[in-house]
Design a protein around this ligand. Structure first.
Ligand code: FES
Length: 161
């Protein structure tokens, strides 16, 4: 997501921090809207939910799911848990790194067009190896299948950039 329609952090928190909602629920709502949780929302979240800023920051950084900056236009989340490992996910990971020229779980580079992330179980164990590409789940992924879906996703980025 881009920041061209940036909303003030206080307004963003007011919109989502409704009575009875937990911090996790509010963080999910913010990330669902923006694609990430802006660091500037930590203080207003703490005020709205009567928590310390350290508590809010701790939750955001503890859960790998939450991002503090926008994701790359092409984001691959490869499952590296047991069932997928037994079906060749590590060989697939090597192929993906060679094909994209990127490394899994590398420090996110602002402005990078591709991001590779390891995740642990996508709920598709019977259809492994599994991955998510820009939020879309793909199962029984082979190197050839990855190349095809990656090419399609990359093409969309070029067209919309
Ligand atoms: S172990 Fe990969 S989807 Fe469950």
């Amino acid at each position: 997501m881009d920041d061209s329609h940036a909303i003030a952090p206080d307004q963003l928190v007011q919109r989502h921090a409704r009575p009875g909602l937990s911090l996790l629920a509010v963080l999910h709502a913010i990330q669902d809207e923006l694609g990430y949780v802006p660091p500037a929302t930590v203080a207003p979240l703490a005020r709205a939910l009567n928590l310390s800023r350290a508590e809010v920051h701790g939750v955001i950084t503890y859960y790998h799911h939450f991002r503090s900056e926008p994701a790359a236009p092409v984001t691959v989340q490869l499952c590296r848990a047991e069932a997928c490992r037994s079906m060749g996910t590590e060989a697939l990971a090597q192929h993906i790194e060679a094909h994209t020229g990127c490394r899994f779980d590398a420090e996110h580079q602002h402005g990078a067009t591709v991001e590779l992330e390891s995740v642990y179980c996508l709920g598709q164990c019977a259809l492994s190896p599994a991955l998510m590409l820009n939020g879309t789940l793909h199962a029984k992924v082979t190197p050839q299948k990855f190349d095809a879906i990656f090419a399609a996703a990359s093409k969309c980025v070029e067209v919309t950039a």
